[in-house]
Design a protein around this ligand. Structure first.
Ligand code: SF4
Ligand code: SF4
Length: 218
């Protein structure tokens, strides 16, 4: 039994691509699906993100891209943009797609938690434990950064700004939980002249199981 699902697209919907064009991302039509972005993407090695597929979905107007968890797995490292032979600003487009997704009520739970932390503490990732303090010390930095941590009185001001910009409304979105989908990747690896199969079970965020199967040749 095949686990692959066939999807036949008979009509192209320009709605999503046009929204990107209106926002100044005309290069969406320049993508030639070469796959350089996917091949370069560090997040794609650890998650189900296939950035080329996202670009194709946008070109074809497949709206479910906005509810797709994958758009949240991009770490915005800009490697794809640097390497794209067609100068497609992939990273900025992903950020814009996330904005559209949030307007439709989609955001990953972990990102929502980060928003909540920013609102509560003035930091997306508060440096509030000994481990971070020691790490900063190790690199010759002050124990705490010159931010709200050093100037706690400014938290009130930050919170007012976040509320004025309606940032607080973001965190009223119902969190979208991590997809339970798991994919299997089988790699044939030759190490020290011995051939073995490495079976990886990949959850939507990370490799959750890695098994080695030695092959004996008779
Ligand atoms: S590298 Fe650029 S042209 Fe190639 S698939 Fe990615 S976005 Fe499209
Ligand atoms: S910016 Fe995002 S999509 Fe592009 S290579 Fe980095 S993680 Fe991957």
């Amino acid at each position: 039994m095949s686990i692959l699902k066939q999807k036949v697209i008979t009509q192209v919907n320009n709605g999503l691509a046009n929204k990107l064009r209106e926002a100044g991302y005309n290069q969406i039509g320049s993508c030639i699906q070469c796959g350089t972005c996917t091949g370069s993407c560090p997040s794609g090695r650890r998650t189900s993100l296939k950035i080329r597929t996202i670009m194709r979905k946008v070109q074809l107007g497949i709206d479910d891209v906005l509810s797709d968890n994958d758009i949240w797995y991009c770490s915005t490292c800009y490697t794809c943009f640097e390497r794209c032979p067609r100068n497609v600003p992939v990273t900025d487009m992903i950020i814009y797609l996330r904005n559209l997704a949030v307007q439709k009520g989609f955001m990953l739970k972990s990102h929502l938690e980060l928003c909540q932390k920013l609102l509560d503490t003035g930091h997306g990732v508060p440096i509030d434990n000994e481990k971070w303090n020691n790490l900063r010390k190790f690199y010759g930095l002050s124990k705490i950064p010159p931010t709200v941590h050093s100037y706690p009185d400014s938290l009130d001001e930050i919170q007012k700004l976040l509320i004025l910009s309606e940032f607080d409304k973001l965190i009223k979105i119902k969190p979208k939980d991590i997809s339970p989908e798991v994919s299997i990747e089988v790699l044939n690896v030759i190490e020290d002249g011995v051939s073995k199969l490495v079976v990886k079970e990949i959850g939507s965020r990370e490799v959750i199981l890695e098994k080695e199967v030695k092959i004996s040749v008779c």
